[in-house]
Design a protein around this ligand. Structure first.
Ligand SMILES: *Cc1c(COP(=O)(O)O)cnc(C)c1O
Length: 385
């Protein structure tokens, strides 16, 4: 047994972060929308063809901006998977929306695109596909429904940097998208996020909402000769210090992704035998999706097995964690939306009970991955007896 704990996550520093932060600090301009913010936004726009990007202080903030831009009004309905992080729903709740929860697919935590149409009513305004583990939702089906019923699609691409759907970058397909650079994601800035605006109808207003309801950005581009209060908004932009940190990460995006994919493949190969025996299920990556190695998860056969495995791993210095709890059953939703809370969403509940995330970070060594795989194997050997 190894004698130091293998944590679940460890933020990776490329080595340049402090240097760029130093540059930002001594440049004399440390508030937002400066040199590093522009460098990061240009990077994303060039690399992924996103029409317009705005750095935000979190993915949650980017989703809040999207909800404002979508002009959500009290009583509007927004379709969100139940198996997701709170932010996917709360950003719309704050504008008065009613959340209608979609179940996951049977083999994949993403929303089941084939079961979405029955959730659409006259009040539906937005669908929020969440690309769980960076694995694409079935976007053609979702976009077709949006076209048919005149809905907006806002991708929660928090986990989906550098991931693709039929060759198209995630975040570039919906009308808008939100990314996260929280320290648990592939590319980080501590806290941080980004709004992507693909639909040109929202581009100008997005900048205004970003900068406290003012047309400050237009003023600095010389498009208007004074700036003032023109709309609603908030202070959604991060300081240059955060953007400088992020830029150091972006320079190393390919190296980070390469390493993460190696770790992911090691897990998948090492656990294939247990999957073949039916002891656990490995992540399913549909033909239309790529793997951005955001996380490695397994699905156990039942809650008891998962609980036992978490304990077994912990006693052997491996820290594994379960993930979301079906949002439709949450305390908050049960209070505000008892009818939704009473719905039966078996696939979401199954992932709530059975999905387990294994340690996953850039500096996870091959020895540690081997140790984790072997520990899981011994667990099932002992468990089978
Ligand atoms: C991490 C995450 C968020 C929240 O991101 P923040 O940057 O912490 O606000 C939202 N949705 C999903 C699916 C996430 O994984």
């Amino acid at each position: 047994m190894i004698n130091t704990l293998i944590p679940f996550n460890k933020p990776y520093l490329t080595g340049k972060e402090a240097h760029y932060i130093y540059q930002a600090v001594y440049s004399g301009k440390i508030s937002g929308n400066g040199v590093y913010t522009k460098k990061c936004q240009a990077f994303f726009e060039e690399r992924y063809g996103f029409r317009k990007t705005l750095l935000t202080t979190s993915c949650t903030d980017a989703l809040e901006m999207a909800a404002i831009l979508a002009n959500i009004q009290p009583g509007d309905e927004v379709i969100v998977p139940s198996y997701t992080f709170v932010s996917s729903a709360i950003a719309f709740i704050r504008e008065g929306a009613k959340i209608v929860f979609a179940d996951s697919g049977k083999n994949n935590p993403n929303m089941d695109a084939d079961a979405l149409e029955e959730l659409i009513t006259e009040k539906t305004r937005v669908i929020v596909p969440v690309h769980y583990a960076g694995i694409a939702c079935d976007m053609d089906k979702i976009m077709a429904l949006a076209d048919k019923y005149n809905l907006l699609v806002i991708e929660d691409a928090a986990q989906a940097i550098d991931a693709f759907y039929k060759g198209r970058p995630l975040g570039s397909i919906g009308h808008m998208a939100a990314f996260s650079f929280h320290e648990t994601k592939n590319i980080i800035s501590g806290e941080g996020g980004m709004l992507v605006v693909n639909d040109p109808r929202f581009a100008e207003r997005a900048e205004i909402i970003w900068e406290k309801g003012t047309n400050r950005a237009q003023f600095f581009r010389g498009e208007v000769n004074k700036y003032g209060w023109v709309d609603t908004g908030s202070s959604f932009l991060p300081s240059e210090i955060v953007a400088a940190f992020l830029y150091a990460q972006l320079e190393n995006l390919d190296a980070i992704q390469h390493k993460r994919k190696e770790i992911w493949e090691m897990y998948a190969e090492g656990l294939a035998e247990l999957a073949a025996k039916g002891e656990l299920i490995l992540p399913e990556i549909p033909d239309y999706a790529t793997n951005n190695a955001h996380m490695f998860y397994i699905v156990c056969n039942d809650l008891q097995t998962r609980s036992n495995l978490i304990t077994y791993l912990k006693e052997r210095n491996v820290f594994s964690v379960f993930h979301y709890l079906s949002l439709h059953k949450s305390e908050y939703n049960t209070t505000v939306n008892p009818l939704q809370a009473a719905r039966v969403l078996p696939a979401s509940d199954n992932f709530t009970d059975c999905l387990l995330r294994l340690p996953f970070y850039f500096e996870l060594s091959k020895e540690d991955v081997t140790y984790i795989i072997n520990t899981i194997k011994t667990f099932f050997d002992e468990y089978a007896d």
